[in-house]
Design a protein around this ligand. Structure first.
Ligand code: NAD
Length: 274
């Protein structure tokens, strides 16, 4: 990898929820691009393990244990990352989860919790990071993880869908309000991704087989890490307020109503002749 393309050498990133899955992939890609990484996670062993992996890749690293959903801990996470790495340039937030509830059954507390663990904490942490960047007149880039669930109706996942839709709107607003300070803010909207918490099971694989994902597979955490790396890097220097869908074509197929196209035997047969 020609890491100079990313213009991240010598910079410092905070990955909140960086201790496994998409966060770990993002931390590793940032480190491979020459960026120092502070790995914040509520589980100490996870933060330590990924911070060690960043150090093994030759980059400055820090493991920070904290609960991103607690306002004062969230503030501390940002301050510690900034202090430990000598000034933050990049923020990526991964933390988020869905609860399964129909609107008729959902308790208002569930609603509130889903806003808190998907949307509100990003506002708190991103604003804290923006304040630090602005105080130093330092450019920055931020990415949060939304979901394709935020781009459509979300039956039985309404509180999660609304929170993820909120992120899409929030990054647009942050992008506009913070553009004068050279801070870019974007989101990644994954489709179905194989993660430690949502591994491949026979049921999930069967849903994919019968479903409408043109790529005919679940995505990988590395495919989300690569999207996050792109968005925080110089390769995306004119991209802000954007939500990058990474879903194997699922939204595209849904929007056009086109079922997955089977590979054409005729095309396969003639492929070798071209
Ligand atoms: N897996 C999918 O198919 C999918 C699809 C769309 C969007 N997403 C989104 O991707 C993101 C990652 O999902 P995942 O299943 O890989 O996450 P995960 O549950 O594996 O969590 C990622 C990390 O965050 C840490 N964490 C959890 N709560 C925390 C807190 N309060 N403070 C600090 N750290 C905390 C966990 O310990 C973990 O290491 C979420 O925002 C999710 O909504 C996932």
């Amino acid at each position: 990898m020609d890491s100079s393309l990313f213009q991240l050498e010598g910079k410092a990133a905070l990955v909140v929820g960086g201790g496994q899955g998409m966060g770990e992939s993002t931390a590793r890609f940032l480190a491979r691009a020459g960026c120092g990484v502070a790995v914040a996670d509520v589980v100490k062993e996870r933060a330590d393990r990924v911070a060690n992996a960043v150090a093994d890749l030759g980059q400055p690293s820090a493991a920070i244990v904290g609960d991103a959903l607690d306002d004062s801990e969230a503030k501390e996470i940002v301050e510690r990352a900034d202090r430990d790495l000598g000034g933050l340039d990049v923020l990526v937030t991964i933390v988020g989860q869905a609860s399964f509830n129909s609107l008729l059954d959902m308790r208002p507390e569930h609603w509130d919790y889903d806003q808190r663990r998907n949307l509100r904490y990003f506002f708190v942490i991103a604003r804290e990071a923006a304040r630090l960047l602005i105080a130093r007149d330092r450019p920055g880039a931020m990415v949060c993880i939304s979901s394709v669930t935020g781009l459509q109706s979300a039956p039985n996942f309404a509180s999660y869908g609304v929170a993820k839709a909120g992120l899409i709107n929030l990054v647009r607003t942050m992008a506009v309000e913070w553009a004068p300070y050279n801070i870019r803010v974007n989101a990644v909207a994954p489709g179905t991704i194989t993660t430690p918490r949502l591994p491949d099971t026979p049921e999930r694989l069967e849903r994919v087989r019968q479903g409408n994902i043109p790529a005919k597979r679940r995505g990988t955490t590395d495919e989300i890490g690569k999207a996050a790396l792109f968005l925080v890097s110089d390769l995306a220097s004119y991209v802000t307020g954007h939500t990058l869908v990474v879903d194997g074509g699922w939204m595209a197929a849904m929007l056009t109503g086109v079922p997955p196209i089977p590979r054409s035997g005729a095309l396969d047969a003639s492929a070798g002749e071209r």
